[in-house]
Write a protein that binds this ligand. Structure first.
Ligand code: COA
Ligand code: MG
Length: 287
């Protein structure tokens, strides 16, 4: 899931284009990109889409961002969109493990009601100071949590932190990455609103990649190819990972823990990384 394109639920005319596009994942939105007077209509449009074959047949990772737990829309959103084929439910503005558990209850009830047999995972938005401070607790609240998603608009704007301040960006990205890592879930990078600023998008995506994020949110189709490019392992990385994997297999058989590959010491954590790179490459059909 190198790229995840947001598509407002209130713009069904975009659905087909999104399904035919290059994004690895689509995140249909019922929250901030849908105005209050169009919430009901957007929810019905997504229920329709997810009940038919087009979405499932697209081969994309299907995600819906529902309205926050505790809002008047949450229960109806979950009942409408938890359908066979939905991979992840994206929960915005999460701040407590209790909310995560209550959301799991709602998802389980909807799965039973809608005949869903493949469990729907949760992607939690970390987009408030409290959410960030408690990120590890949130990520480890339930086995359904698959990943954490950074939300910089909601986190920075109210605090008047400049969105593109490098030190601020780096600090929160690393903090959330470590929280996700401790919980064993993935970290996913934020959206980048200035969609005509290609270099800015690529630089931010590259930073996220260096910090171990698996992909970047897109809000415009023009960003998707750049996210796919940045988060694709390079030929050199794949080749190095292959050499590490081969050397590790041999060293394991001989009972050696630390050895040299490409002029560099390798031991268990490096092997873990190399095998993760190879798994990603295989998933993308390039390794
Ligand atoms: N998904 C699929 N297609 C999209 C799209 C999206 N998110 N955003 C734009 N497109 C399509 C347009 O329909 C247009 O298609 P066409 O060339 O066939 O006519 C093409 O891509 C170019 O779009 P453009 O005219 O540049 O964009 P816009 O002015 O219509 O919309 C946004 C700009 C930012 C309002 C729109 O991209 C959008 O709503 N993005 C998602 C916002 C969102 O979900 N935010 C919440 C998460 S932060
Ligand atoms: Mg928001």
């Amino acid at each position: 899931m190198r790229s995840k394109l947001f598509v407002p639920g209130s713009r069904p005319e975009l659905f087909d284009k999104a399904l035919r596009g290059e994004a690895d994942a689509l995140s249909f939105d019922l929250e901030d990109s849908v105005s209050p007077q169009r919430k009901v209509e957007a929810r019905a449009a997504l229920q329709d889409l997810l009940s038919g074959p087009a979405a499932r047949d697209s081969g994309k990772t299907l995600i819906v961002r529902v309205n926050p737990f505790g809002s008047e829309h949450f229960d109806a959103d979950v009942r409408a969109v938890v359908r066979p084929g939905l991979a992840l439910l994206n929960l915005p503005k999460v701040e407590s493990p209790e909310e995560v558990l209550a959301a799991v209850d709602a998802v389980e009830a909807a799965e039973r009601a809608n005949g869903v047999t493949e469990l729907v995972g949760l992607l939690l938005n970390i987009e408030s100071p409290r959410g960030l401070r408690r990120a590890h607790e949130l990520a480890s609240a339930h086995a359904r949590v698959a990943g954490l998603q950074l939300g910089l608009g909601d986190l920075f704007e109210p605090l008047q932190i400049a969105r593109h301040e490098p030190a601020a960006l780096h600090a929160v990205m690393l903090q959330m990455r470590l929280a996700a890592g401790e919980a064993g879930v993935f970290a996913y990078d934020a959206a980048y609103a200035r969609f005509s600023d290609v270099e800015g998008f690529r630089a931010e995506a590259a930073l996220a990649r260096r910090l171990g994020y698996i992909g970047k949110s897109c809000i415009h189709p023009s960003q998707v190819a750049y996210a796919n490019e940045v988060f694709r392992p390079t030929e050199a990385e794949i080749a190095h990972a292959r050499r590490v994997d081969e050397a590790a297999t041999e060293a394991e058989a001989r009972g050696i823990g630390a050895y040299t590959v490409d002029g560099q010491m390798v031991d268990a954590p490096f092997v873990q990384r190399a095998r993760a790179v190879l798994a990603t490459a295989r998933r993308l059909g390039i390794g």
